[in-house]
Design a protein around this ligand. Sequence first.
Ligand SMILES: [Fe+2]
Ligand SMILES: [Fe+2]
Length: 348
Amino acid sequence: MGRTIGKMNDLKNSEVINRRRVINGEDDGLMQIAPLKHPFADEIFRTMLKNNWVPQEVNLQEDVEQWKKPGFLTENERRVYSRSLAFVSNLDGIQTANLTTNIVNQITSPEIILAIVRQAFEEALHVHSYATMIEALGFDPDEIYGMYKKDQELYAKNQYVLAAVNKISAQSFATGTFENDQLFLEACVANVILEGIYFYSAFLNFYVLRRNHKMPGSAQMIQFINRDEDMHLRLFINIVNTIKKEQPELWTPEFQERMVKNIEGAVEHELAWGLSCLREGVLGLNRENLTEYLHFVGNLRLKALGLPKKWTAENPFPWLDEFTQGNMTESNFFESTVKEYSTGSLEW
Ligand SMILES: [Fe+2]
Ligand SMILES: [Fe+2]
């Protein structure tokens, strides 16, 4: 359904803006972002603009030498590296398509649309970054992109991610009914899971290697990507929490339970995949600390969405902060603020 210009009427701009909603709002199709109804999206957009980078900035020479040097990386480390690269490259591919075909066309807040468009650009940049790594290290692209066809846990994980984002992928899907609005909200929670659980676990593997002086260029690339994903996570946490405020009827106890289950399911899939990578353990990463880490991250996402914590867990890797400037472990995401501008007396 195409966007149409608003009808001719006597409404003041402030009144139009007051009627704005994340979904199901007035949409004049003109992308007027002054003033703002959802300032969190503009704040995030401005931060995204400061995070400009390109994959060519990263020097992968040392990684290439290390990868080629016989015995420098153990078989286990090589498997963790290539499986993590396979998963994140699949995941960013899924996300680029998901944002542009499923999500952005349902949004009726121009400032949120702008932030998602920028996000989609960043996902494209990430797709490109992984291609740069695949090429530099001399992988057969099929070995990485197509790994899921031969790797049971990766296949299961990709299937689970796709099932979550594809609930709203029918071309005829439109918000505006209780059921579809709940499905859309669920898809936004799936985005929080994708950005905030799946990526974070794969990133951990690259950081663990880096901490042991292995594949430093790759870890730097991942740091750039991680900084972007952190903003994506903030964006979708705010989107979910704002839809909750605008349409509280959607956030039923049953729905909340479903979201908790979705997050638990994601943590379980992530753990199954992570453990299948690690096998007997790699560079201090093992069954116990990976489990605790994923429970810790799962709790952060539950808390950010106003859902009860599920696990008792602390961050077992406090050193992650130095790699991510706090991105991986930060829990106090800024709350979304929905402002109602009083008609005729706009304050900004
Ligand atoms: Fe990404
Ligand atoms: Fe992302």
